[in-house]
Design a protein around this ligand. Structure first.
Ligand SMILES: Cc1cc2nc3c(=O)[nH]c(=O)nc-3n(C[C@H](O)[C@H](O)[C@H](O)COP(=O)(O)OP(=O)(O)OC[C@H]3O[C@@H](n4cnc5c(N)ncnc54)[C@H](O)[C@@H]3O)c2cc1C
Length: 511
């Protein structure tokens, strides 16, 4: 066999590249993975893992600071950022072996620590060595985009690439950009003790998220002392100073000078597609440089596929992994499994977390107008939330006019865990009625959500429910099964039944 011929050559050893390489090697394919820096990619080194570790420390600090909410004495935590960052690196080190070249080689993948680029159809240069491929995967990811702001080149800015090297907590931190990364990191640094200002040119934080959910996060940031400046544009920077333009309450233009010790730029990401030789294999990129793919993750180039951030579809690790697994079967076995963005959930790890899958309320409204069914219930009246002193937030279920679930947004404690159930329901094509028939443990927010999901479909199509408590899921289950129709009224028979030994406390009446 030609030692330079491969069934699959993967360019990039982040999540997408690793999943594809290991998956393909597992089928017996001959696989080469080229990674120019370090296997594991952004998620391990500069993304999910470090950010979630920092957020965990910030959460503990916040819990100490707000202990009086649960009847304890609040404590002002002493924060040594160097120790927090050491723990960030410990987490990376603990996880890193899963993504290491040794592990890959153990799975049958050949690993080249090298920069790769296409040179001709079927050919890739891997650091001076030309290899041939039957199929190839572009999985080169993305990097922080730093805007061409006047004076910014003279400022020693931080990005999500290098903020993990900070050892001293900045007293004044300005965060440019209120997308997921800016808001997650801004809140974390504020909780650790920095005075944080977030500057966002859109009219709200998390501009692409359900507006109600983004509003909950904005309120929480403000309550925690983060200075959030929306509809505000950075116009000039110099060391220690950011000049911004906004508007006052009357809409008149204002100019402000924001002093900072460190400036964190979180204004989006751009794909790593330059100097990849994509034109030599007929792979098109869009105006932002993302590789253009079809639903099966095929590019416009023969036998060339793409997955992950480089495609600009949904910039999340689990999406990169999903797309990479599609590539393995589609490229090597000529199947046509398609990417379904509508089934891909995501979470923003602010506190409260925001998690979402499928259509937003706004999208459903633009599709079906007032006939879209939207069920929202707030956690303020959910027993589990009350006991845990985490009553901020809500769950919103979005359904077709006939009641089929097409979207869910949850903002609240552990929303990222809670969305998993909605993903399963949505993927199975369930209706709100079916969802309400499932029994959940009490007290859980999931149980209360299921209870409310079947709130009579003839109610107005938007309703904000004060949840009656987890026990009501039992009542809703009966209702969904049709056991209460024509009886004492929806939910009442279950609520009033004396044959419910599990009910050890008075149940609040169903609405
Ligand atoms: C701060 C932050 C927090 C995040 N938090 C989350 C989260 O909580 N949950 C979540 O789901 N997602 C999160 N993400 C997003 C997640 O990290 C990315 O979606 C994911 O890493 C994308 O994986 P990828 O394989 O597409 O690309 P990457 O991980 O970027 O991997 C691409 C690899 O290709 C290599 N490469 C590039 N060009 C070449 C070349 N020519 N030759 C060889 N190698 C090359 C690069 O060195 C890199 O290692 C976060 C991102 C950031 C920045």
């Amino acid at each position: 066999m030609d030692s330079d011929a491969y069934d699959l050559v993967v360019i990039g050893g982040g999540t997408a590249g690793l999943v594809a390489a290991v998956g393909a090697a597992g089928t017996g394919a001959r696989v080469l993975l080229a990674e120019e820096h370090r296997t594991g990619g952004d998620c391990l080194w500069t993304g999910c893992v470090p950010s979630k570790t920092l957020i965990a420390a910030a959460r503990r600090a916040h819990d100490l600071h707000t202990a009086d909410e649960v009847g304890l004495a609040s404590v002002e935590p002493a924060v040594d950022l160097a120790r927090v960052i050491d723990r960030v690196h410990e987490a990376i080190t603990t996880i890193e072996p899963h993504d290491s070249p040794e592990r890959l080689e153990g799975e049958g993948v050949e690993v080249a620590r090298a920069r790769a680029r296409f040179v001709a159809p079927g050919r890739i240069d891997v650091d001076g060595r030309t290899v041939t491929f039957r199929t190839a995967l572009v999985a080169t990811g993305s990097r922080p985009a730093v805007p061409p702001l006047d004076g910014l080149a003279d400022v020693d800015v931080l990005t999500s690439d290098d903020v993990w090297d900070l050892r001293i907590l900045p007293d004044r931190l300005v965060v440019l950009g209120a997308g997921p990364i800016g808001v997650e990191l801004g809140q974390a640094f504020a909780r650790l003790g920095s005075h944080v200002t977030v500057v966002e040119m859109a009219p709200r934080v998390l501009p692409t998220v359900d507006a109600d959910a983004a509003g909950v996060v904005a309120d929480r940031l403000a309550a925690e002392g983060v200075d959030v400046r929306v509809s505000t544009r950075a116009v000039r920077a110099e060391p220690g100073l950011l000049v911004v333009r906004g508007a006052d309450e009357r809409g008149l233009p204002t100019t402000d000078e924001l002093g900072f010790d460190r400036l964190l730029v979180a204004t989006g990401r751009r794909p790593r597609t330059e100097d990849l030789g994509l034109d030599t294999v007929g792979v098109e990129v869009d105006g932002d440089g993302h590789v253009v793919v079809d639903d099966a993750m095929a590019t416009t180039g023969d036998h060339v596929w793409a997955a992950g951030d480089v495609t600009g579809t949904m910039p999340f690790t689990h999406v990169a992994a999903n797309q990479a697994s599609l590539v393995v079967t589609n490229a090597l076995f000529k199947l046509r499994r398609e990417f379904h963005p509508e089934r891909m959930p995501w979470t923003i790890f602010t506190d409260p977390e925001v998690a979402h899958v499928g259509m937003t309320e706004a999208e459903a409204r633009s599709e079906w107008g007032d006939r879209a069914v939207v069920r929202r219930h707030d956690f303020a009246d959910v027993d589990r939330a009350i006991t845990g002193a985490v009553t901020t937030g809500f769950a919103k279920l979005v359904a077709t006019p006939r009641g089929k679930l097409v979207g869910a947004t949850i903002v609240g404690e552990s929303a990222g865990e809670a969305i998993a159930e909605q993903v399963a329901w949505l993927s199975s094509g369930a209706s709100l009625t079916t969802m309400a028939s499932a029994t959940h443990p009490y007290p859980t927010t999931a149980g209360s959500r299921a209870a409310r999901s079947n709130a009579d479909l003839d109610e107005p199509s938007t309703s904000t429910h004060r949840d009656p408590g987890g026990c009501t899921s039992v009542a809703s289950g009966f209702r969904a099964a049709g056991l209460t129709r024509g009886g004492a009224g929806p939910g009442r028979r279950a609520a009033g039944s004396s044959r419910r030994p599990w009910q050890r406390r008075p149940m609040r009446s169903a609405p």
